[in-house]
Design a protein around this ligand. Structure first.
Ligand code: ZN
Length: 252
């Protein structure tokens, strides 16, 4: 009488161990890959604005050239110094501007309150910091005097922000979404609106929170300020934007 099962296990054991090792290596390498490559995981902890940055990096309208391009780029807008850092900031601003025209029906970003600032600028208004991302060409302040700006206050992580909506140029339903808003600047509004903050986020532009004391000093609200730092330190971004002075003629 033979015992095929015992004989089978005896010869199969090395193969079974080998199979387990291969499975373990596969699972282990996949886990390590997910840990070092954030594209493969999207944690619910990741903020919507961080996700927006990730989306922008994949947005075909944005030339994802990486944060290594040098110099600044003149932007065709009305601004004291109409320049942004070359590469993604300059390219994505143009893409956002077109998106706003298509979505809101008017060229909201044709005029901005501020764009690049001189490196030597010393802040005079409350809330303006010396190491402003305007100096590194990573920021713009939209035109807060535009009467179509609608501001809705939001709280995230104990900080105060404002979501900026734009009143669409046409109110016949061909633009925007009909929404009831309780705004800080004009009270209750029921109209077709365009979510500027969301659009900016899709193109990689982040808003910043209001600074402490914004209730006493309106210049600390910062709802007009959008920036794209690409993870660069202030010093690194300044070095990049100053690296090619010929394209920054007039920008410094
Ligand atoms: Zn600003």
């Amino acid at each position: 009488m033979t015992y095929p099962a015992v004989k089978y296990d005896y010869h199969r054991a090395p193969y079974e161990r080998c199979r387990r090792v291969i499975i373990f290596l596969f699972v282990f390498s996949t886990a390590i890959s997910c840990l070092i490559n954030p594209w493969k995981v999207r944690s619910p902890e990741v903020s919507s604005e961080r996700n927006a940055r990730i989306s922008a990096a994949r947005n075909p309208l944005v030339n994802n050239s990486g944060p290594s391009q040098r110099g600044s780029h003149r932007i065709n807008v009305v601004a004291p110094l109409p320049y942004l850092r070359s590469g993604n900031p300059a390219n994505s601003f143009q893409a956002l501007r077109q998106s706003v025209i298509a979505g809101a029906g008017f060229d909201f970003l044709a005029r901005v309150g501020d764009m690049m600032r001189d490196e030597a600028d010393r802040p005079t208004k409350p809330g303006v910091i010396y190491n402003s991302r305007h100096k590194s060409g990573d920021a713009f302040d939209y035109n807060q005097e535009d009467s179509r700006v609608l501001l809705v206050r939001e709280y995230m992580s104990r900080r105060t922000y404002w979501r900026t909506y734009l009143l669409c140029e046409k109110q016949d339903g061909s633009l925007g979404i009909k929404t009831d808003l309780h705004t800080d600047n004009v009270g209750r509004v029921s109209a077709y609106v365009f979510d500027f903050t969301a659009a900016a986020g899709r193109f990689g532009w982040e808003r910043i929170p209001a600074k402490e004391g914004w209730g006493r000093e309106p210049s600390k609200k910062e709802h007009w300020h959008y920036q794209m730092t690409e993870g660069l330190s202030f010093d690194r971004a300044v070095t990049l934007v100053k690296a090619n002075s010929s394209t920054a003629a007039g920008g410094w």
